[in-house]
Write a protein that binds this ligand. Structure first.
Ligand SMILES: Cc1ncc(C[n+]2csc(CCOP(=O)(O)OP(=O)(O)O)c2C)c(N)n1
Length: 566
């Protein structure tokens, strides 16, 4: 009897297996920067040709691009860099994504397993470094573990509360064999949220009881609403309850900000006395996908503890009850939780009206518009928001850096429509995020206009990446709020330290000239009357553009930042 001939096991190299595992999870693009330890990975990427690689000029920006890409595509963003400095430079983007519940997978190649502990150049304990910054991380020791490790990383990133993952990929692991049959993945784990969890029916019932009794219910929505695509369920519920909907900065996009229920952003950054008044008037507050952190709640003063009953919806069971005594915790995916409330409240319509919200919004925007019309130079930040708002289509994506852009655009840039149209890096608020994040956003959603707004402090931390925008011909408009100062900190010295200004001013840079050197079409604007036509030209141009706007410094402006207003 003939023995069946066993087909020879077909092996891939570890590096090839990595590329195939990414592909199996639906990855189409990787942002990154090369290094000695990455040579096998780059060779596999080159030979397999199945993935777009976007070469960046700094690993920080590779991670920020992956973050912006994930926020706009709903898919895992992937970035890579080499060992040592490549790992330490990827870190800022990874921690921002993780804390903002954005699935970013970072791969740092590493020195060979066989070279460990021998004072090898760039050797670093990547496992310990990345552990507190990620939802899941590991260092590979054997190439045969690659498929299992990548499956685990995608599962960790996109289930439950989404987050970042890190994999260290040693040089010799990239060269070792992996059986082809082991290389498989579930593509549904490449998007988020990938496994939605529904809430406990008994808790839904309790929440409904509280909502039926509420005299002035209010929703405060965080980033979780947009992450889970819960905008439709939120609209139905808030309409039936005739309840105002406020958002955090990351929650912008939960509701069309033109509609009657929308309050706008609340909290110490982007909130105003008018939006705070709406929070203070509530007797039942429903936090949705929101951690009720220090900024949103103005250090847990609005809402004040014990003043309102609290329903807290979050996918992470550790969130409700952390900062407020919660009457009803609803644990689950935001969309499923709101859908369950809609189902349980079917046919219910609360008698109520939204005139107080309307009145407060009018008061807020009257003050804003008075400043936005000003022809003073240096140009007021209000004027910048006003002119850009008038020129951008509703589907445009605006990315704001910390400093002047974040509070001003959060407060006064009215998001028309729902979903991700505006974002800022609110977990760590590191300067220099917006430019790279806007590039990732554009790669994910190339059909719409993308604008990055940054301070000149941020410009100094991201300027090198303008070369990437030029090389890739990305039609992004970069707006620089130019005031030659770390204005946010100077404003803090003004309000809290009796104007004892110390080490916050820096020299004037012509950012337009710098950008021209990179090949970016650029303008410098000093007069408010020139702003509209210049922005219009910049937005219409088919490649990267930069508008350097000489602005009123933040410490002299009327920023929507509650500590300074007080
Ligand atoms: C990486 C990093 N370092 C320091 C800070 C602290 N910080 C917050 S806002 C700010 C000033 C921002 O200056 P700029 O970008 O010029 O904007 P402006 O406030 O002047 O509008 C600083 C230094 C930070 N957020 N990120």
């Amino acid at each position: 009897m003939n023995k069946p001939v066993e087909a020879p096991a077909v092996a891939l190299s570890g590096a090839e297996a990595v590329v195939e595992m990414l592909r199996a999870h639906g990855v189409e693009v990787i942002f990154g920067l090369c290094g000695d330890t990455s040579l096998p990975l780059y060779d596999a990427l080159a030979r397999l040709g199945s993935m777009r690689h976007i070469l960046t000029r700094d690993e920080r920006h590779a991670a920020y691009m992956a973050d912006g890409y994930a926020r706009l595509s709903g898919k895992v963003g992937v970035c890579e860099g080499p060992s040592g400095g490549g790992a330490t430079y990827l870190l800022p983007g990874l921690v921002e994504a993780n804390e903002s519940s954005i699935p970013v997978l970072a791969i740092n190649t590493d020195v060979s397993v066989s070279s460990r502990g021998k004072f090898t150049l760039t050797e670093l304990d990547q496992r310990t470094l990345m552990k507190p910054l990620t939802k899941w991380n590991t260092v590979l020791d054997r190439s045969v573990d690659i498929p299992r490790v990548f499956r685990k990383a995608f599962e960790a990133m996109t289930t439950g509360r989404p987050g970042a993952a890190h994999i260290a990929l040693p040089f010799d692991v990239q060269n070792g064999p992996v059986e082809r049959q082991d290389v498989w993945g579930d593509p549904t784990l490449g998007s988020f949220p990938s496994r939605r969890v529904a809430p406990d029916a008994a808790m839904v019932e309790l929440a409904c009881r509280l909502l039926r009794k509420a005299k002035s219910p209010l929703f405060i929505c965080g980033g979780g609403v947009v992450l889970s695509g819960a905008e439709g369920e939120l609209a139905i519920l808030s309409e039936n309850l005739c309840a105002p909907v406020a958002t955090t900065i990351s929650g912008k996009g939960s509701i069309d900000e033109r509609c009657a229920q929308s309050v706008g952003v609340v909290g110490s950054n982007g909130g105003t006395p008018e939006t705070r008044a709406v929070v203070d008037a509530a007797d039942v507050v429903v936090f949705v996908g929101c951690r009720a952190g220090s900024v949103t709640t103005e250090r847990w003063r609005h809402p004040a503890a014990g003043k309102a009953r609290i329903i807290h919806i979050d996918v992470d069971p550790a969130v409700p009850g952390t900062n407020y005594k919660v009457d009803v915790p609803l644990i689950g995916d935001a969309r499923l939780c709101l859908a369950a409330l809609n189902q349980a409240l079917e046919g219910y319509k609360r008698e109520g009206e939204l005139s107080f919200v309307d009145q407060q919004k009018r008061a807020k925007f009257e003050k804003f518009e008075a400043l936005a019309r000003s022809n003073d130079a240096p140009i007021k930040p209000e004027r910048v928001v006003h002119e850009l708002s008038g020129l951008l289509d509703p589907d445009a994506v605006v990315v704001a850096d910390p400093g002047t852009p974040c509070p001003y655009f959060s407060a006064y840039y009215v998001v028309r429509g729902t979903g991700r149209r505006y974002f800022s890096n609110r977990a760590h608020g590191a300067l220099g995020y917006a430019a790279a994040a806007s590039m990732g956003a554009h790669v994910a959603r190339p059909q719409v206009k993308t604008v990055a707004v940054m301070g000149d402090g941020s410009f100094g931390m991201c300027v090198g990446e303008l070369e990437t925008a030029v090389r890739l011909k990305l039609p992004i408009t970069f707006v620089v709020i130019s005031n030659a100062v770390y204005g946010w900190i100077k404003a803090g010295q003004k309000s809290g330290y009796r104007e004892r200004y110390f080490s916050v001013d820096f020299g004037v840079t012509d950012h337009a000239k710098v950008a021209e050197g990179f090949g970016v079409k650029s303008w410098r604007v000093t007069q408010p009357q020139e702003l509209s036509s210049t922005l219009k030209s910049a937005l219409a141009f088919g490649g990267p553009t930069l508008v350097d706007i000489v602005c009123q410094p933040l410490h002299e402006a009327r920023a929507p930042v509650s500590e300074w207003v007080a």
